[in-house]
Design a protein around this ligand. Sequence first.
Ligand code: PHE
Length: 344
Amino acid sequence: MIDKIERLFQEIKDIHASNAEELEALRIKYLSKKGEINALMTDFRNVAADQKREVGMRLNELKQQVQEKIAVLKQSFEAKDNGTSHLDLTRTAYPIAFGTRHPLSIVKNQIIDIFNRLGFTIATGPEIEDDWHVFSSMNFAKDHPARDMQDTFFIESNPDEISKNILLRTHTSSVQAREMEVRKPPIRVICPGRVYRNEAISYRAHAFFHQVEGLYVDKNVSFADLKQVLLLFAQEMFGPDTRIRLRPSYFPFTEPSAEMDISCNICGGAGCAFCKGTGWVEILGCGMVDPNVFEANGIDSHVYSGYAFGMGVERIANLKYRVNDLRLFSENDIRFLKEFQPAY
Ligand code: PHE
């Protein structure tokens, strides 16, 4: 009897089943009422009393091993079943919810695209800047209010040499400074990017916003060139009937300076509540680069002239989409974001 038990131990070492029927056959062969184990149990009665203990233990071990082996085989089937039989290759795909482009990205891309077509290339620079690139090289007087804590987020102040102060850039003119530093004219760049100002957050002001600034430096660049480029931009952005108006203004880095209005894109210039009855809405600042800026950045102002302009992406987006609360742009409310279907 003990020989038979040992032989079965050997046998079950390499039992296999490649499907559920084969497995059931194994179960019947070993574990059913008429199976091998039960037959051994019956024979066990005839084992001599002095061997009963040893044979009984071995028989129980065998029974356990067979049960385990069959359970393991069963599990491997079930795992395979889960992997295959529930896979329906003919089922249609789940609809995937695509995101939409952020309205500010749509508008920014559109601005970039218009200026790209006019030969402007993109330049970028750091958001954490030094005073030199944001203010000093841009001809801001030492006591200019924009340097004040009220407007600028300072990171490190350097009382002995303010041009070494470290701060968050308040405009992307700093990128223009960096371009002039490393390039020789002609320079024709636009500088899109995020800027920071220390403002209380409300529907009309935010502590950060986005700008696209432009710079063109070459021989004989005139104010007429600037005006023509901006007219083209306005008409591409707001429609072919758009008119522009330039009002004298002041920026430290341009002389002369101007602010540009477009004919109100809601009433077409007739006057409405949106343009407060004037027929015009302001969209950007511009001017001829101040000779001091050229000199500070290593460009000979007797040889070269240039123009610069700068606009807020949020402002353009507000006019285009009539979003009247700036905060919506940074709240990530999906219901708001889904309203904008880009052409880009
Ligand atoms: N840097 C100005 C601003 O942030 C915009 C500007 C750029 C105005 C270039 C004139 C010329 O407000």
